[in-house]
Design a protein around this ligand. Structure first.
Ligand code: SAM
Length: 254
């Protein structure tokens, strides 16, 4: 994988330079000073995963805290796609609970290599290097697409509205009829509702707002296909978009 080799060489060169000078802490400040920070680029994330080998932070919410909200929406037969998996433990957590048809994608070749190695003992869990704005899957392959903090990072980059729309179009395309896109975000509906609804024929709802590590975490559920009126009411369809966020606020123990 030439891109990964190049990054490894670059990282090793920076460490070598530090060993020579021994004047100040290595890599992170040096690299960040010379690279523009754009969360929507693979090079930013490759560099971050190379430099933060010890950084196994879960973005926004831990799998354990997400469990009671997400797991009731899954079935053990669900074909699940996790977009922008990073080095999160969410997929392995679900796998170990019996949700074993999981495909993970991320455009960072560095983190995908790391995850393949880490989860070599979970045989039916796949990892692919892929840009989620151009998913290399057929139409209607997945029952559920999970996004934890991934489109948030796209909204932090250049051309964010266009890129996020491309991702939503692709997610909709690969979802089966009645499939579910579950998006976990730091952003409230004032900053996400318009984008989720722009030209995508799914029904989006703010499913829950919970507090985790003293931060509000927004859980959005977008259901492809069947109009709301033709289905049995479900918990996840509760429409709190038009209500105050505080009314949907639930406290979850840390
Ligand atoms: C904020 S991190 C979230 C990681 C993980 N989902 C978690 O919860 O810990 C965003 C992740 O999305 C990936 N990502 C961002 N834009 C992407 C894109 N266009 N295609 C594929 N992956 C992308 C990044 O490489 C990074 O791993």
């Amino acid at each position: 994988m030439p891109a990964v080799r190049k990054l490894l060489e670059l990282s090793s060169a920076v460490r070598h330079q530090h060993r020579l000078t021994r004047s100040r802490p290595i890599s992170k400040p040096i690299i960040q000073a010379t690279m523009p920070v754009d969360y929507s680029t693979a090079s930013y994330w490759d560099m971050r995963y190379l430099n933060d080998q010890a950084d196994k932070q879960e973005w926004l919410i831990t799998p354990e805290a997400l469990d009671e909200h997400l797991v009731p929406l899954l079935s053990q037969e669900s074909e699940i796609l996790v977009i922008g998996c990073g080095n999160s433990e969410l997929s392995a957590y679900l796998y170990n609970q019996g949700y074993m048809n999981i495909t993970n994608v991320d455009f960072s070749a560095v983190v995908i290599a790391e995850m393949r190695e880490r989860y070599v003992n979970l045989p039916s869990m796949a990892h692919h290097v892929m840009n989620i704005a151009r998913l290399d899957f057929s139409d209607e392959e997945f029952d559920v697409v999970i996004d934890k903090g991934t489109t948030d990072s796209i909204f932090c980059g250049g051309d964010s509205f266009i890129r996020a729309n491309a991702v939503f179009q692709e997610v909709h395309r690969v979802l089966k009829p009645d499939g579910l896109y579950y998006m976990v975000s730091h952003a409230g509906p004032d900053r996400r509702r318009e984008h989720l609804g722009r030209g995508i024929p799914w029904k989006s709802r703010l499913h829950r707002v919970i507090e985790h590590r003293s931060q509000a975490v927004h859980l959005y559920a977008s259901r492809k296909g069947l109009p709301l009126t033709e289905r049995q009411p479900r918990v996840e369809d509760a429409d709190v978009f038009s209500d105050s966020v505080a009314r949907g606020h639930r406290r979850v123990p840390p």
